[in-house]
Design a binder for this molecule. Structure first.
Ligand SMILES: [Zn+2]
Ligand SMILES: [Zn+2]
Length: 304
């Protein structure tokens, strides 16, 4: 119990917020580069076609215990939503958008360069063909406002670092009636002081004395997801670095729920100091083995 408390709970609770990354930003700016680069060939007509909103990313920190058992977690974040006053149009209700004078509402303009006539996106209305003359007061003509969202997430057991939860429709508002983007919750499972993890398997190192290794013993260790300690057997004659595995003591599989294995590696400790009694006993042991003083090294070589 004491060991579990020490290893199991130390500074592992709670989650961290690392902020958002806008997935679509990179790609939409690429789009602009290509558009300008290839001139008339790829001019986009940006008039009111529905466009899906940007996806959002939320980074969540979990302890290994939480990843084992799953948990419910409330997250709070801000995102852009369609303005409810103007329904996302950006125009004061009852008013209408004016036709862009530069392009006469086409969204594109023709430029003459030498022999060529180039069609480009209208810079005044940014290709939309319309200009807002009476902007909505609530959203200042943007058609979107930032809202605070509180979501209760159900995190299933077996989550690992890099696992993603996708929550449809919780990304940013779309344009012109397009659907909202999605929210991606990206999981980060924190390192555990006692267990390390590979897939559904857990690994730990267990220090034992050389006496326990030689004689065999049983010892209680903390197990992930259990409040009580679990008794394991150290086999007689255990060598330094020997590994035993225990079935179904690892992490649950995210897809099947079946638990992986727990691998325990024995670290055999040799005492650096002995009291007189201990020294006597070991000398006696040495004598029982039939090894004496100067003979030690020779015996070791001959044994090979
Ligand atoms: Zn508005
Ligand atoms: Zn225009």
């Amino acid at each position: 119990r004491q060991i579990y408390d020490q290893f199991g709970h130390e500074g592992l609770r709670g989650t961290g917020f690392r902020g958002f990354t806008d997935f679509n930003d990179i790609f939409s700016s690429f789009g602009d580069i290509f558009e300008n680069f290839f001139g008339f060939g790829t001019v986009k007509d940006r008039r009111e076609r529905p466009r899906k909103g940007n996806d959002l990313r939320y980074d969540m920190q979990l302890s290994l215990e939480d990843a084992f058992s799953g948990k419910e977690e409330e997250i709070t974040f801000k995102r852009w939503a369609a303005c409810e006053v103007c329904n996302g149009s950006g125009i004061t209700p009852g008013k209408e958008a004016g036709i862009c004078a530069t392009c006469q509402g086409n969204g594109t303009i023709i430029r003459s360069q030498g022999f060529f006539q180039l069609q480009t996106t209208c810079p005044t209305c940014n290709g939309q063909g319309k200009i807002i003359t009476d902007p909505c007061l609530k959203c200042k003509g943007q058609g979107k406002i930032q809202i605070k969202r509180v979501l209760n997430l159900k995190i299933p057991p077996g989550i690992d670092t890099g696992s993603q939860l996708r929550i449809r429709g919780e990304g940013e508002a779309g344009d012109y009636g397009g659907p909202n983007g999605d929210l991606f919750v990206v999981m980060h499972v924190k390192e555990h002081p006692f267990f390390s993890r590979e897939g559904d398997n857990l690994f730990c190192e267990l220090p034992i004395s050389f006496i326990q290794a030689a004689l065999g013993d049983s010892i209680k260790i903390p197990v992930i997801g259990e409040e009580t300690l679990h008794e394991i057997r150290i086999p007689q004659g255990t060598q330094p670095g020997d590994v035993i595995s225990i079935q179904e003591m690892g992490m649950p599989s995210l897809s099947t729920g079946k638990r992986g294995q727990l691998f325990i590696k024995f670290i055999v400790r040799i005492p650096k100091k002995l009291n007189r009694r201990q020294k006597e006993l070991l000398e006696e042991f040495l004598a029982a083995e039939g090894i004496k003083g100067a003979d030690k090294i020779g015996r070791l070589f001959r044994a090979k």
